[in-house]
Design a protein around this ligand. Structure first.
Ligand code: NAD
Ligand code: IPM
Ligand code: MN
Length: 340
């Protein structure tokens, strides 16, 4: 069989530090017989500041047409205050690869205080992230565009997952105010709800949802949301499982418009406040790698990596964000040494 081609984009700040801990896991999967090859791409703030290039079109088409998957660190750098490169690299990949579904699970084994088992389904390509707007004197506009195909794809993925797990599904919305955009969400949601009587599905105003989540996250199962609300909700949910350092995510195009239809990345950003000090927690990155293994059909490797993370944490291996003293590399080793 042709090897799976995985593009590596470390990006900025802690992105490269945490991605470095995923590389031995890829090597381990390869040694277990998974045919894969990797190519590393240099795009990020350093490359942009040195060359003026964010993500060249030729690189985009190469990624789109000649790779199966992208493993991404993070982008964002204080030297690029307008975040232009982040937009043209990460948001472009999400949008132009049509990675509609951003899946951000909060695995129960990471739970802090109360056992949560929440999975956020975030629309990943449009809404407030359509990057259309204008600034005039005294007036600024950010458009938010919602299209039925993307909303339907996202909600279909969420309903299918809720049905297969037998878990409740909540749609976060503000249709009381955002009559047009969230009105469309409600219409598609109601249609799918009628088609899936087996799913316990309801809509909730996003403000009330946040309050209910903080008070008691345990009754929630899957949460579907548009791009902006999903961004906020997924960081809130990260707090239930130990914070930004541990939360994983994977984005995919269920309709597979291109060869490259998946991108795995931690939920966190480039963490400039701790970058370059070996303090970053690699768990979010490694659990994202496990999500990629599962997406590729490599279930034994996915499960082994998740178990290794869970066992390492249970044995007390922790980076500073979790109250421990291990460096990024030592945490990566503590996890890998538990591979069966
Ligand atoms: P951030 O996620 O980078 O950091 C928020 C807080 O979480 C910081 O205190 C940071 O130290 C901590 N943190 C993040 N990752 C951690 C890890 N692996 N281990 C331990 N602690 C960790 O968010 P921010 O500070 O709002 O943004 C910083 C930059 O990253 C900005 O430029 C932002 O746009 C960008 N960003 C990028 C992505 C991405 O590439 N997917 C995601 C979020 C933010
Ligand atoms: C995330 C990040 C990005 C987002 C930023 C870096 C544009 O916060 O992946 O959650 O808002 O989607
Ligand atoms: Mn975010």
């Amino acid at each position: 069989a042709q090897p799976i081609r995985i593009a590596l984009i470390p990006g900025d700040g802690v992105g490269g530090e945490v991605l470095a801990e995923a590389l031995p896991c890829l090597e381990w999967a390869r040694n277990r017989g998974r045919a894969l090859e990797t190519v590393t791409f240099p795009y990020g703030a350093d490359h942009y500041l040195a060359t003026g290039e964010t993500l060249p079109d030729s690189a985009f088409t190469d990624l789109r047409d000649h790779f199966d998957a992208i493993l991404f660190g993070a982008v964002g750098d204080p030297r690029v205050p307008d975040g232009r490169h982040a937009e043209e690299i990460l948001l472009r990949l999400r949008r132009d690869l049509e990675l509609t579904v951003n899946f951000r699970p909060c695995p129960p084994f990471l739970s802090v205080a109360r056992t949560v088992d929440i999975e956020v389904f975030r629309e990943n390509t449009e809404g407030s992230y359509c990057l259309q707007g204008s600034t005039e004197v005294g007036r600024a506009v950010d458009l938010s565009v919602h299209t039925e195909p993307a909303v339907r794809r996202l909600l279909q993925a969420a309903f299918a997952r809720a049905a297969s797990l037998g878990r409740p599904l909540t749609l976060a919305h503000k249709a009381n105010v955002l009559k047009h955009g969230h009105g469309l969400w409600m219409r598609v949601f109601e249609e799918l709800r009628a088609a899936h009587p087996e799913v316990n599905a309801r809509g909730m105003h996003a403000d009330a949802l946040l309050c209910a989540l903080v008070q008691d996250p345990t009754p929630f199962g899957l949460i579907a949301a548009d791009n902006y609300l999903g961004d906020l909700i997924s960081d809130l949910c990260a707090a239930f499982i130990g914070g930004m350092g541990v939360a994983p995510s994977i984005s995919f195009a269920p309709h597979r418009p291109h060869r490259c239809a998946v991108l795995a990345e931690p939920v966190h950003g480039s963490a400039p406040d701790i970058a370059g000090q070996g303090l970053a927690n690699p768990v979010g990155m490694l659990l994202s790698t496990a999500l990629l293994f599962r997406y590729l059909g490599w279930e034994p490797e996915a499960a082994a990596l998740e178990t290794a993370v869970s066992d390492a944490l249970a044995a007390g291996a922790k980076t500073r964000d979790l109250g421990g003293t291990l460096s990024t590399a030592a945490m990566g080793r503590a996890i890998r040494e538990r591979f069966s």
